[in-house]
Design a protein around this ligand. Structure first.
Ligand SMILES: C[S@@+](CC[C@H](N)C(=O)[O-])C[C@H]1O[C@@H](n2cnc3c(N)ncnc32)[C@H](O)[C@@H]1O
Length: 324
């Protein structure tokens, strides 16, 4: 008997007590299948679904949900966990890693599936606080660069953008502020991300250059007024975070600034992200400050975008940190 058959069997109202520990999984499967059948959740159903995903996440974290049962639950959503939806692509990871440039760019552009039977899942995805936070960080970065460039006067602001992904933020800023004196050096490990970003920024070759390299191995002769990285450090352990922070500080000009993003421990979308195996290391402002201190980086501020989900650690550069 397959696992799904087993779960079906457990649907009997008069379950023997010995099976009750399996009952939640069976209820979740039924409820998820019903949502899929109905074409996805309505906004009124979002809190219920969010709560159910939180229960699934808790069960998984406490070892009460086997990987096989979790897989069966995901399969209950059918095509809603396939390549047509953003949650499906987040889970299936066609580029081999979570948070790829295409998913991020689709978040920025609020892309929705054209299939009316699946579209509600993309509505649900885009309504997530974490997804809104990603969109908000694009606005945060654009405002940060604009104000730094204006403060710099007529000398071009040199920005190092590490893990630059789709560069939708860079392209939008250059289109919106054609007179802004700014030059971006965009670094990403994924050559497909670079190709995508190069295409988006093709109109401004004198303002943008691209380097395909691993941030951990990044070595450049020049120094930057602003070193920015978002959507990278939340994948890195504390020791790697500290190592990268030291590298970023060493790449900043003596009067420059390093600003890095990290998801906060306050994240109402955590269970949904875990559902799609989009696993991040969430950090509180205090944890971020402590890691910066370990790296010898003087923190000036920890800021947040309006959802309070994406934090930004801002550090003034210090001239005496040796490159790693
Ligand atoms: C979540 S996206 C963030 C993109 C962009 N910073 C943004 O906020 O729109 C993460 C990006 O980091 C890149 N990446 C992951 N590991 C990397 C590494 N070790 N060095 C450089 N880039 C990396 C991925 O290829 C991907 O494009």
């Amino acid at each position: 008997m397959s696992l799904l058959d087993t779960l079906e069997t457990l649907a009997d109202v008069d379950q023997p007590p010995v099976l009750t520990h399996r009952a939640p999984a069976q209820r979740w499967q039924q409820s998820l299948a019903a949502l899929a059948q109905a074409g996805g959740p309505t906004p009124e159903q979002y809190p219920m679904l969010q709560q159910q995903l939180a229960h699934i996440h808790q069960a998984r974290m406490s070892g009460k949900l086997s990987p096989e049962t979790l897989q069966a639950l995901r399969h209950a959503l059918g095509a809603a966990m396939g390549m047509a939806t953003l949650q499906g692509r987040s889970w299936l990871k066609p580029y081999g890693y979570a948070g790829d440039f295409q998913v991020i760019d689709d978040i920025y552009q609020e892309v929705r599936c054209s299939d009316p039977h699946l579209r509600a899942w993309d509505d649900y995805f885009h309504a997530q606080p974490a997804v809104k936070a990603v969109r908000n960080r694009k606005a945060y970065f654009k405002a940060l660069v604009q104000s730094a460039a204006r403060a710099k006067g007529c000398r071009p602001l040199k920005v190092l953008n590490v893990a630059s992904g789709p560069c939708r933020d860079v392209a939008e800023l250059l289109a919106e502020c054609p007179d802004l004196a700014v030059h971006f050096t965009c670094v990403d490990l994924d050559e497909q991300a670079i190709a995508h970003a190069r295409h988006l920024c093709a109109a401004w070759p004198e303002h943008v250059r691209f380097l395909r390299t691993n941030a951990l191995r990044l070595s450049l002769p020049e120094r930057f007024d602003l070193v920015w990285s978002a959507g990278l450090l939340d994948y890195f352990s504390d020791p790697l975070f500290v190592r990268l922070m030291r590298k970023f500080m060493s790449l900043a000009a003596p009067d420059g600034e390093v600003v890095v993003g990290n998801f906060s421990t306050h994240n109402p979308s955590l269970a949904y992200q875990a559902w799609a195996d989009w696993l991040l290391i969430h950090r509180s402002p205090e944890q971020l400050r402590a890691l910066a201190a370990k790296a010898g980086a003087p923190v000036s501020q920890v800021e947040a975008e309006p959802e309070g989900v994406n934090l930004f650690l801002r550090m003034r550069a210090s001239a005496n940190l040796a490159p790693t």
